[in-house]
Ligand binder design. Structure first.
Ligand code: GLY
Length: 435
């Protein structure tokens, strides 16, 4: 099987490495890739937001399966174009990708499916903003305002703050740019990312993971696209994962089928484990980054066969997934000033070490690897437990040099120290809680 992976992040580097372990995968290509993926796959420079360009490449190289990593091509319908060309594609249609591309669509689907999620309101008229802010944040009930861009924003469209002026300023800047704003009630409790391979109503969950969205240690500073992740979650009871699949992901997948927007690909549920049980923060239509770097480090089943089965309507016949024992931790190295305008073009030393997955990197003519984006690379450590996996990840990180760069030092730390717990569920309260 020849697999073409579309994208250029550490997520795509992780996908390629896991695909390479599948004995049925005999050729790998990537478009456009980065300095690290060039060592794993044939690399092609194409416009990945153009269905025509991706189809032309897939035909030219004889790809049997196209795996689309990022959300933007999915929301633009690149998977539709690949399927229409008769090539198997892992990734949802444009229609189904609205589960990520439009937060109001996602809320509508969740409400129809009876799934717990934060209460919300769309504001598209600046004159209504102040009254809506008063309904959605402190004083009194909520501990923070949650202000989101209704459309795609690479994780950076979200501001969670107890400061009304900051919440208002973010909402006003989105409205000024012509973007509708989603105000949400704040969901308290530890976050979980659960990736599910989905085809129609068939749902196959991967290991649950947790990611760290704020830029600084102790969850300080602004939101980013993700600064690190670990898997599995020692504090999450197995029955909670089962209930996320049965009570949240399956009903949402069924509701999408009912609407004629059947989902095929990776449905990523981002949840908060509240005192009333799991509630959805957001759905995404693709593998998450950086959780994928940790989750795929532990997958033992043949990934190419799994993704091909989803793409060809055979997911229900796939044997139960096998996982390596132990834990995996991914830590992101970010460029100076990320998540603002990052400094780029600096030489990175140590980027070829084992466990390093590239993202914003490029190979200069003289062979040096240089930074070319905000999230430069991810370092993945594995071990018998979280403590060992963290040690390996941070040992590798210590061997990498990039001027001005920064990373979080506390990825997976609270879990490794047993400081995360979930409250006892209260089923009646869960049923009574307003959505
Ligand atoms: N881990 C956050 C994201 O992929 O959107």
């Amino acid at each position: 099987m020849h697999v073409l992976v579309v994208g250029s992040g550490a997520r795509e580097h992780a996908l390629l490495l896991a695909l390479r372990r599948d004995p049925e995968v005999d050729a790998l290509s990537v478009a456009p890739g980065n300095a690290g993926t060039a060592a794993v796959a044939d690399q092609y420079e194409v416009d990945i937001t153009s269905g025509d360009a991706v189809v032309a490449l897939a035909r030219r190289i004889g790809a049997d399966l196209v795996v689309i990593g990022p959300e933007v091509p999915l929301v633009l319908g690149v998977a539709d174009a690949v399927r229409a060309a008769g090539i198997a594609c892992f990734g949802p249609t444009r229609d189904a990708a609205r589960i990520e591309g439009s937060k109001s669509f996602a809320k509508d689907v969740m409400n129809a499916a009876g799934v717990r999620t934060a209460g919300s309101e769309i504001v598209d008229n600046p004159a209504h903003l102040d009254a809506a802010l008063d309904r959605f944040g402190p004083p009194g009930g909520q501990s923070a305002w949650v202000v989101k861009d209704d459309g795609l924003a690479a994780g950076k469209g979200v501001v969670v703050t107890a400061d009304r002026d900051a919440a208002r300023a973010h909402a006003a800047s989105l409205l000024d740019a012509g973007h509708p704003v989603l105000l949400e009630s704040f969901l308290d409790g530890p976050e979980v990312s659960l990736f599910c391979v989905v085809d129609g109503e068939t749902v196959v969950p991967l290991l649950p993971a947790q990611d760290f969205k704020r830029v600084g240690d102790g969850d300080s500073g602004p939101n980013t696209g993700g600064m690190g992740a670990y898997t599995p979650l020692p504090w999450l009871p197995a029955e909670v994962t089962t209930s996320i699949v049965e009570d949240i992901v399956k009903p949402v997948a069924a509701e999408l089928v009912r609407r004629g927007s059947s989902f095929s690909g990776l449905l990523y549920a981002g949840l908060a484990i509240t005192s009333h049980g799991p509630a959805v923060v957001e759905f995404n239509c693709r593998f998450g980054d950086p959780e994928t770097q940790a989750v795929l480090a532990l997958v033992d089943s043949p990934l190419g066969q799994l993704l091909r089965a989803a793409a060809t309507g055979e997911l229900a016949g796939v044997p139960p997934l096998q996982w390596r024992d132990g834990s995996a931790v991914a830590v992101v190295l970010a460029a100076e000033n990320y998540p603002g305008r990052p400094r780029v073009g600096d030489v990175i030393h140590g980027a070829d070490a084992d466990g390093v997955l590239h993202a914003g990197t490029a190979r200069r003519d003289d062979g040096a690897v240089v930074s070319s984006g905000g999230r430069v690379l991810s370092v993945v450590g594995t071990g018998a437990d979280l403590v060992a996996a963290r040690e390996e990840a941070y040992r590798t990180m210590a061997s990498i040099r990039l001027p001005g760069s920064h990373f979080r030092s506390d990825i997976g730390l609270a879990a490794a120290e047993g400081r995360i717990s979930v409250s006892e569920g209260d089923d009646q309260a869960a049923r009574d809680e307003p959505r």
